[in-house]
Each structure stands twice: as C-alpha cells, then as structure tokens.
Design a protein around this ligand. Structure first.
Ligand code: AMP
Ligand code: MG
Length: 397
C-alpha cells in the first residue's frame, strides 16, 4: 500500500528523469547525476536508470503482500511456528522494523494488515477507498487486534521469519518505499565507490537527495514543497516548504490518500495500533527529513512520518524532538486546526516566506499558521476550513 506523491522538488523539478508509471510503484531518478562534480553522460544515466528500475521491480515483488509467492505473502500465509526463509533485503527491512517498532513504542508496526483490510484500505478495495462506509464492528476490530502483535514475529538465523500466531499478517506499506530509496542509494554508491556522487531519486513521496542541487555551476540545497493535504478545497498545491535541504531522505505521510468521509469524520489508511482504527490524533500531514548520515535514512523517514499519526500530538512532537537530537531529524506536522509545528534545525518556510525567499513577484497567501510546540494540545479542534474540506469531500461521494 503506497502513498501518492506528497512531496515535490520545488523550482526546477526533475527536468529529465526515468520514471515508471506502469508499475504500481512510481519512482523517478533525476538525470542530474554528478560524479566528482561531473554530470554523467545520458548513456551512462540510461544504464543506471534501467538498473534502478529493475531494483524497484525486484523489491516490489518481494514486499507486495498480495503477490502470491512474494516474501510477505509467504510470511502471511505461514502457520504458527513455521520458519519462512526470505530474501536478505526483506530480512534486513524486517530487522529494521523491529528497531522502529521499539523506537516508536509500537506506533509504527508492520503487523496491521488485517486491520487495514477490515477498514477497507488494502488493494482489494482499489476504486472503492473513498466510498463512505460504516465502521467495522468493535468485535471485529478487537479480534483483528489480537492477531496484530509484531512482537510475535521472530527473526532467526538464515534469514528466517517465524510467527507465534499464524493469523498475524505483515504489511510493509509504511516503510517499503523509503527503504527502496535506501536500496537505490546503495546501488548508486556502490557503482561509484570511491567517488563523490550526487543525485536525487523519489519513490512515491519518499525522496532521497544526495549532495546538493547543481545550478549553472553553483551547488546549493534543494527546496522541497510539501503538498497541501487540503489542496482539494484550498486550491494550493504546496502548503509549506523545506529549503536548503541536502544529503537527506524526506518522507511525507498524509490523511489525504486512501481515505473516506463517513458521518463527518475522515477515516484514512494509517491505523493506530492502540485503537485498531484509523488515526484520529488531529494530524493531517507529517513530513520527516532524516540526514543521510543515519543508517537507512529513507526507511526511517518513511516509518517516522507514518508513526506521527499514531501518537497523541504532544507525544508525536516530543518523539520528533528526540529524533532531532539523535539523528538531526527535522519534522513538519500539520494539524486539522490548520496549524503547523516544526521540530529540528531544518528551515521550514510558510508560503509567503518562501515567495520572498525565492524573490517571487506573485502574491501568495498562507494556508497554515505556524504554532509553537509549547502551545500544542492533544485535543485538536477542527477549524472552519477543515469542516469545509470534509463537507466538500462528503459531497463528492
Ligand atoms: P505511509 O503512507 O508511509 O504513511 O504508510 C501508510 C501505510 O502503512 C498504510 O497504507 C498501511 O499500508 C501501513 N500502515 C498503516 N498503519 C500503520 C502503522 N501504524 N504502522 C506502520 N504501517 C502502517
Ligand atoms: Mg511511511
């Protein structure tokens, strides 16, 4: 399960890039790829891009829960105590998930497939995600929760995975795309070992930016637009911006992807493992930027942005503050009162500030209002614009 693109390289977008929109996973590798400061030839780029495409397809085939024979499919089909041997990349990702599960106090957990299915967010519901529907019964949710314990999944010698509960099902949708950017990065770094290589790549809302942006001889940081999660009613493409970003992985999670409105509430694809229901913490978008100095920066950014939906707001902000200390993470959290919070040392600009920064002559309005972390509360009231958005979406279906 994958998020739609919620990040954009602002300014010069990927002008030339390899893309694969036929596959389920959309990705791009910019052709502005520099080795020791020299842009590689289009021939060399084409070869590399083809290898990246193969890598994405290969890993997609490992992680796709619906594809018969995939690693995740086989884990999900396994009985209690049955050891399933998986590819080293799946094993490495699951090992990382163990860390992320611990680090987020279980807010990030890849063992929620049953609940995603119950709420109608698995691919079987393609085309019907936005249909208004009543909640599943409390009994069904409670029953699914009893089988959703990731601590019952054990990683053993020889890349084996064993479940304590045969009913437990894995879903790597919250971390796989970020992890794919790490694998793309590893492939490129290996190919140009011993050289300084600069590139940018994206796998559905997960960006990896190695080095800076080359611009007529000078190299500067990237400016990244955060997609406005309420674009449907604000008409604004980008709500906020991260500027001067380099050597970082960035991921955005939002409630504007795979969601429906029922009786005035938004139900979206991120499930809070504490309740077994779609997250209701008042957060509508989280963007996390992790320096590439952190191991698996891409997978981390992906998992951390998902996790921020499954904690009370003040806990989420405190969690990002810890990550800022530990890894130098920057986080941008947008809430349903149309405020935004920033954590960490990265530069986050509102729309007007960004227009000034780039010297744009256009008049722009801010959509979201900066809020101090000290003013955050776990009860986030919906503002009028949010009510208008919900009513608009409800009217569409
Ligand atoms: P993302 O778009 O990266 O935030 O990931 C959301 C996807 O991760 C969902 O569509 C599910 O496939 C999966 N997911 C849902 N809830 C969680 C959770 N609490 N922890 C980890 N993955 C989740
Ligand atoms: Mg994620």
């Amino acid at each position: 399960m994958l998020a739609a693109a919620a990040l954009a390289l602002a300014g010069a977008l990927f002008t030339g890039c390899a893309e694969n929109v036929d596959s389920f996973i959309e990705y791009s590798l910019s052709d502005e790829l520099y080795v020791d400061g020299q842009r590689i030839s289009s021939y060399e780029y084409a070869e590399l891009a083809a290898d990246v495409g193969d890598l994405i397809a290969e890993t997609e085939a490992l992680f796709d829960a619906e594809a018969e024979g995939s690693d995740v499919f086989r884990i999900n089909a396994a009985a209690a105590g049955e050891a399933v041997t998986v590819d080293a990349r799946t094993y490495a990702l699951l090992s990382l998930c163990k860390q992320l599960y611990a680090e987020t106090d279980g807010a990030f957990t890849p063992a929620l497939y049953d609940l995603s299915e119950l709420w109608g967010f698995t691919p079987a519901y393609e085309g019907r995600y936005s249909d208004p529907r009543p909640q599943p019964s409390a009994e069904a949710v409670a029953e699914a929760l009893t089988h959703s314990d990731f601590s019952g999944v054990t990683l053993g010698a020889g890349n084996t995975v064993t479940k304590a509960d045969g009913e437990t099902k894995i879903d790597l949708g919250g971390v796989a795309k970020g992890y794919m950017t790490d694998l793309v990065s590893a492939l490129i770094e290996e190919r140009y070992a011993g050289h300084t290589v600069e590139y940018s790549a994206e796998v559905m809302s997960n960006l990896i930016l190695a080095g800076g942006k080359h611009d007529s001889g000078s190299v500067r940081g990237y400016n990244i637009g955060i997609t406005d999660p309420r674009a449907a009613t604000t008409g604004t493409a980008q709500g906020l911006y991260l500027t001067s970003v380099r050597d970082a992985a960035i991921s955005t999670s939002s409630d504007a992807y795979r969601f429906y409105v029922y009786e005035g509430n938004i139900y979206s694809h991120i499930i809070d493992p504490h309740t077994g229901a779609p997250s209701q913490n008042g957060v509508i978008s989280v963007t996390v930027c992790v320096p590439l100095s952190a191991e698996y920066a891409g997978a981390r950014a992906d998992a951390y942005s998902t996790a921020g939906f499954c904690m009370p707001l003040t806990d989420a902000l405190a969690f990002y503050a810890r990550l800022a200390e530990e890894y130098g993470v920057t986080a941008v959290v947008i809430t349903q009162d149309f405020c935004y919070y920033t954590v960490g040392s990265g530069t986050v600009l509102n729309r007007k500030e960004y227009a000034d920064y780039i010297g744009s002559p256009l008049t722009v309005e801010n959509v979201y209002t900066f809020a101090e972390i000290s003013s955050a509360s776990d009860t986030v009231a919906r503002c009028e614009q949010e009510e208008a958005y919900i009513a608009y979406i409800a009217g569409l279906h």
